[in-house]
Design a protein around this ligand. Structure first.
Ligand code: HEC
Ligand code: HEC
Ligand code: HEC
Ligand code: HEC
Ligand code: HEC
Ligand code: HEC
Length: 409
């Protein structure tokens, strides 16, 4: 018994544990049957950006000798005890990572060790802008992920709520110690998604995966291949991409592609286990969030949205949308990311600051969205009522997802 403990507690324990992890990682990879995204194609693995994980404490630049992209920048073979400090619990950090996982912390989550501004342990500066800037061409707001999740005014995805929802939806895979970022990203496969690059599989380099693929199809990215419903163009043929700022070219690449064939089918990811039905709880709002029914199926929970597959009024009065949504005979479908940021926004409800080419949209008072909605709707010349024209009523009194009269929002 004592001898057995000796092995487990010996100073090689982190090495033994890490070797075990690597063997299981390799065996697991061999067992999968779809297109398996590779670590060497991932942003952390140094491809194709040339950035790659490169922790100052272990980087080749600082003389420690580990090249960019090396697993060691995240997994410590030798001293994974709270970043080299004696760990309060006496053992290596989860998965032999170099710092505690803090799986649901909005401020000390493991990923923020690098994905923040001052204090990042990544060698050199690591910049990640908002969706509005990267794919809408708008003015920069946050330039790192930590700031997006910790905005003083505005809103951000609450990481604890995200994980709670995932553990309810996928009871056999997500647990209370899974890192909340991992609900939407796989750290071993996430690719650099900006600038948009069409890849050999006819999809794009993508940062995201389907939450339900965690463990079940762990190395399957979302939006990297065509033919299996992963692209927005495959989800709904009448997806129409919005304009980029100051241009008549389209998101997300700001080129002539407008049908979403270069955009991951993000609607599937947001709705799969999270924003359908009523159970996604919001700590910020102290209530369950409304269901988002983007289908044309009245039996699904929630009223069908005019911005989804459910058609709005027939031609003529189609909400007086402005270019490029000007064909009144079409049933346009929007992507969640046409209006929402994935991580955080200076606006409430993760609402974007750049929408359909309109920049610096600022929602200063909750529910007053005139500046936001007019990025796509001409409310001045189109609407008969005076208050709609001037924006002098609180929009959220009547417009929101799941409004009880189908067709209003
Ligand atoms: C950006 C940081 C990062 C890098 C770089 C990284 N990992 Fe990981 N790794 C993680 C995190 C976070 C987890 C926990 C994932 C989870 O909850 O399933 C993990 C989990 C693992 C696991 C156990 C779970 C699994 O997916 O099978 C193995 C094995 C592993 N990593 C091996 C590697 C190897 C080998 C490399 C280099 C080829 C590598 N990692 C690079 C962050 C990283
Ligand atoms: C609810 C899902 C979700 C969660 C949770 C989430 N992300 Fe993301 N993330 C996305 C989506 C969608 C994108 C792709 C759109 C984009 O690039 O803005 C993205 C993009 C990114 C990017 C690339 C940004 C760029 O420059 O293009 C990084 C880096 C990132 N996420 C890191 C994180 C980290 C770190 C966490 C946890 C603190 C996290 N994400 C949590 C959905 C999520
Ligand atoms: C050791 C530092 C480090 C850690 C820890 C780390 N990252 Fe990264 N991450 C990077 C670097 C460097 C890049 C590449 C940046 C680039 O390509 O411009 C990157 C890129 C990404 C991207 C690709 C998006 C893009 O276009 O830049 C995603 C998504 C991402 N990280 C998510 C995560 C998540 C989730 C975690 C926690 C599990 C994490 N990262 C932990 C350093 C790190
Ligand atoms: C046309 C712009 C637009 C699009 C597209 C859009 N949203 Fe929203 N979303 C809003 C606005 C405005 C609010 C705030 C009003 C509200 O609460 O419904 C909101 C609120 C939400 C809320 C909180 C609802 C509540 O009050 O409980 C969720 C969840 C949400 N959106 C998810 C989604 C998802 C998922 C998609 C894609 C299927 C999506 N949104 C597409 C504009 C949009
Ligand atoms: C008292 C309820 C009410 C309020 C408050 C309200 N709206 Fe409306 N809105 C409506 C109705 C009713 C319609 C017509 C719906 C339809 O045609 O399906 C509408 C239509 C719209 C449309 C689509 C245009 C069209 O021709 O159908 C937009 C965009 C819009 N409203 C934006 C706003 C904005 C922005 C605000 C806040 C400044 C706002 N609404 C406040 C009731 C309201
Ligand atoms: C990214 C562009 C975009 C944004 C932003 C946007 N809409 Fe729309 N909206 C559309 C399009 C396109 C349609 C027509 C959908 C169709 O063809 O079925 C539409 C339709 C509508 C309709 C149905 C109109 C009718 O007559 O049936 C209403 C109501 C509406 N929008 C309200 C709003 C409100 C309120 C906001 C702000 C919270 C908003 N929209 C923001 C693009 C947008």
């Amino acid at each position: 018994m004592a001898r057995y403990f000796g092995i487990i507690n010996c100073r090689f324990r982190p090495i033994i544990l890490f070797s075990f992890l690597i063997v299981s990682f390799l065996l697991y990879n061999l067992a999968l049957g779809y297109y398996k995204a590779k670590y060497t194609e991932s942003a952390h693995g140094n491809n194709p950006s040339g950035a790659g994980v490169n922790r100052s404490a272990t980087s080749i630049e600082t003389g420690f000798g580990y090249s960019k992209g090396n697993c060691t920048h995240c997994h410590e073979q030798h001293a994974s005890i709270g970043g080299g400090e004696p760990s309060p619990t006496g053992g290596p950090d989860q998965f032999s990572l170099f710092a505690p996982m803090n799986a649901t912390s909005q401020t000390t989550n493991f990923c923020f060790q690098c994905h923040k501004g001052i204090g990042s342990v990544q060698y050199g500066i690591l910049t990640n802008h908002t969706y509005s800037k990267n794919f809408g061409g708008g003015t920069a707001t946050f330039d790192n992920i930590y700031d997006a999740f910790n905005t003083a005014t505005g809103s951000s995805h609450n990481l604890a709520d995200v994980l709670t929802r995932a553990t309810q939806a996928w009871t056999t895979t997500f647990t209370s110690t899974t890192n909340a970022c991992i609900v939407c990203h796989n750290p071993h496969t996430a690719q650099k998604n900006h600038p948009v690059t069409v890849n050999a599989l006819n999809g794009v380099n993508t940062a995201v995966r389907m939450p339900g693929d965690y463990k079940a199809n762990d190395y399957n990215l979302w939006g990297d291949e065509t033919g299996s419903g992963e692209m927005m163009s495959e989800w709904w043929t009448l997806y129409q991409a919005p304009y980029c700022k100051g241009k008549t070219t389209y998101e997300p690449a700001c080129n002539s592609t407008f049908n979403g064939s270069n955009l991951p089918g993000i609607i599937g990811g947001c709705r799969s286990g999270c924003h359908r039905g009523t159970a996604a709880y919001s700590t910020e709002r102290s209530r369950n969030l409304r269901p988002v029914n983007w289908t044309n199926d009245s039996t699904e929970p929630g009223n069908r949205s005019v911005h989804g597959k459910f058609p709005s009024s027939p031609s003529g009065d189609d909400g007086f949308p402005i270019a490029p949504y000007t064909d009144g005979t079409k049933n346009y479908v929007l992507s969640c990311t046409d209006c929402h940021e994935p991580h955080g926004s200076p606006n409430e409800w993760l609402l974007r600051t750049t929408v359909n080419g309109k920049d610096n949209i600022s929602i200063t008072s909750s529910g007053w969205w005139w500046a936001f909605c007019t990025a796509c709707h001409d409310l001045v010349t189109g609407m008969p009522d005076g208050w709609h024209k001037s924006g002098m009523q609180k929009c959220s009194n009547c417009h929101y997802h799941d409004y009880t009269l189908e067709g209003w929002f």
